[in-house]
Design a protein around this ligand. Structure first.
Ligand code: FO1
Length: 327
């Protein structure tokens, strides 16, 4: 690996944050001091929404807060030690969504972001501006600067914003499909294609393959960049022992006709040698029996512990991914 390696991670928010912290930790353990110039994270923005007049970017904020060490680690989103005085007022006014909590500190983020957007900054520029506050040790790029909020389409044709489907209904309403209106016209944010092209390794975090990694791949030009880069592309299964680690990836996979298994998700991403993306795929020891099925897709299986129960375990997983990428 060169003095300052060039690692690109595609990530969502909650599972992605732990993994990205692990990659940062692994790079530090390898003696890389300036991890910010070594690690670029392309972040899903399909979870984004407008609420009470402010723009939320949940996965961007989860990653920012986690890298800054100010995140609410239990919930996986929002700021540690936050309060909800303004949220109570919003509820009293009947403003916003009664099922969706906007913390006071978190609202500071949304207000700052919305103000900068109204001043004419792009989401990429806003994220760069936010990144100056804390030494994150990674560069965050949105997948695109275009608003492509995820829509969940139910069997009766009802269309819900992903955040209503997830936070209000906890994914209990069976989706028929997910859409990101406008995504076919959306361009990758500045720097995304270049980072992938110049990478020494591209890692797919164990985020939701459908609503977190999926939208990133659906931005026009991203799949092509992943297939064209000289960097090995290595993914980490979000499924362990046939079950999702957290969140609603199982409901999402079922909606698109994919089995909730470590091997099936590898098949969804596909092999680089066969019009797909992956050179290697990390699966848990619990799923070792699926290694043959993964190899059958033309993807190199790597069996390794996947539980990120503490920073050391996350760093060990990231180290395995870097090794699988030849670094
Ligand atoms: N998730 C919830 O389950 N309930 C909430 O009230 C909620 C509020 C919220 C506010 C800001 C933010 O950035 C995230 C928030 N989330 C909430 C989590 C959000 O649904 C997730 O971060 C992802 O979008 C889905 O994984």
């Amino acid at each position: 690996m060169s003095v300052s390696p060039r690692i690109v991670v595609l990530a969502g928010g909650v599972g992605g944050s732990r993994f990205v912290l692990g990659v940062r930790g692994a790079l530090r353990s390898r003696g890389i001091g300036d991890t910010a110039s070594a690690l670029t994270v392309v972040v899903n923005t399909g979870d984004d929404l407008w609420l009470s007049g402010v723009r939320l970017q949940p996965d961007v904020d989860s990653l920012t807060y986690a890298l800054a060490g100010v995140n609410d680690a239990e919930r996986g989103w929002g700021r540690q030690g936050d309060s909800e005085r303004v949220n109570e007022e919003l509820q009293a006014w009947g403003a916003g969504w009664p099922w969706f909590t906007l913390g006071d500190l978190d609202l500071g983020t949304h207000l700052a972001r919305t103000g900068w957007l109204r001043d004419g900054l792009t989401p990429t520029e806003v994220i760069e501006r936010m990144s100056r506050r804390w030494p994150l040790g990674a560069r965050l790029l949105p997948m695109t600067d275009t608003e492509v909020d995820t829509v969940v389409v139910l069997h009766d044709g009802t269309r819900l914003h992903f955040q209503e489907w997830w936070t209000r209904h906890r994914a209990a309403l069976a989706p028929t499909r997910f859409e990101n209106p406008g995504i076919s016209e959306a361009a990758p944010a500045p720097g995304v294609v270049e980072a992938i092209a110049q990478a020494e390794a591209v890692l797919l975090a164990p985020s939701n393959p459908v609503v977190s990694i999926g939208p990133i791949l659906d931005v026009t030009g991203v799949r092509e960049a992943l297939r064209a880069t000289a960097a090995p592309v290595v993914g980490v299964s979000p499924i362990i022992g046939g079950r999702v680690v957290r969140g609603m990836a199982d409901v999402c996979l079922t909606a698109i006709g994919v089995e909730t298994s470590a091997a099936a998700v590898a098949g969804l991403y596909g092999s680089r040698g066969d019009a797909g993306l992956l050179d290697a795929w990390l699966i848990a020891e619990e799923d070792e029996a699926l290694a043959g099925e993964v190899a059958g897709f033309g993807i190199r299986p790597v069996v390794t512990p996947l539980w990120m129960t503490d920073p050391a375990r996350s760093a060990a997983l990231a180290e395995s991914a870097l090794i699988a990428a030849g670094l």
